[in-house]
Design a protein around this ligand. Structure first.
Ligand SMILES: Cc1cc2nc3c(=O)[nH]c(=O)nc-3n(C[C@H](O)[C@H](O)[C@H](O)COP(=O)(O)O)c2cc1C
Length: 232
């Protein structure tokens, strides 16, 4: 299996928790025999969708703009067997950089295609399956609800798993490493299961979403980090 991950965090490898969680997941996928590559959207120029629908009518399957989406990313997306769309939560959903990429996948859809309920109207024969992955700062799993609804509506049957980790800023704090280890193990397990079984088992999902501590303690620690000028 050929996996292509898109990471939309603006942060570098040392500070990005999306990167931390994504690479644990990919580690497990590789262990199951997949080849996995990550592209960092901060390194690419992606223009906004113009809303012209030319990609449906005048130039079916092709955007009229010219940028890294048309030159590189569009084809790379289509060539993958599995795409991982990875974003930090910003204001209760994916960040703008990932949304840009997603909106520019519009040429992959064919409005004339009649498909059963729950199936995306693909223009191209081969479309990758998708895993969505995200992290957030707060400790409620519900922080991912709005984004999850978006993904389920937009990706329909292409979406095979959603991997979301709350309290993510604590995952790199040295004092939390003992508590974080089972979460890292579960993330790798999730990657392995996606490759071997095409889904993540409920017990793996429970392990990777387990709390790192009582909310009131995490809230107090978070306030202490911020008051010390922490941000990475
Ligand atoms: C503009 C902005 C908005 C954010 N909004 C939320 C939010 O709504 N809920 C939340 O739990 N965390 C929020 N966060 C925190 C990030 O999700 C968290 O810091 C995450 O670890 C960032 O991922 P990254 O390290 O890969 O960039 C926000 C961060 C930024 C910069």
């Amino acid at each position: 299996m050929n996996i292509l991950a898109f990471n939309s965090s603006p942060r570098d490898h040392e500070t990005s928790k999306t990167e931390l969680v994504l690479q644990k997941f990919l580690e497990g996928a590789r262990r199951a025999g997949a080849a996995a590559e990550t592209l960092y959207l901060r390194n690419y120029k992606i223009k906004h969708c113009l809303g012209c629908f030319d990609c449906w009518i005048k130039t079916p399957g092709r955007c009229v703009q010219k940028d890294d989406m048309t030159d590189i990313l569009f084809d790379r997306y289509l060539q993958a067997d599995l795409v991982v769309l990875a974003s930090p939560i910003y204001h209760a959903t994916m960040n703008a950089r990932l949304k840009l990429l997603v909106e520019r996948t519009l040429p992959m859809m064919d409005p004339l295609k009649e498909v059963p309920e729950g199936v995306a109207p693909h223009r191209f024969e081969k479309m990758p399956k998708v895993v969505t992955l995200s992290v957030c700062g707060f400790w409620e799993q519900s922080m991912f609800d709005a984004m999850s609804l978006t993904w389920r509506m937009c990706l329909a049957g292409d979406l095979i798993a959603e991997v979301y980790r709350h309290s993510a800023e604590f995952l790199s704090v040295p004092e939390f490493q003992t508590l974080a280890q089972p979460i890292f193990d579960a993330l790798a397990q999730a990657g392995e299961e996606v490759v071997r079984q095409g889904k993540v088992q409920p017990e793996t999902m429970a392990a990777l979403t387990q709390p790192l501590g009582p909310p009131e303690i995490l809230a107090r620690l978070a306030r202490e980090f911020w008051s010390q000028g922490a941000g990475g």
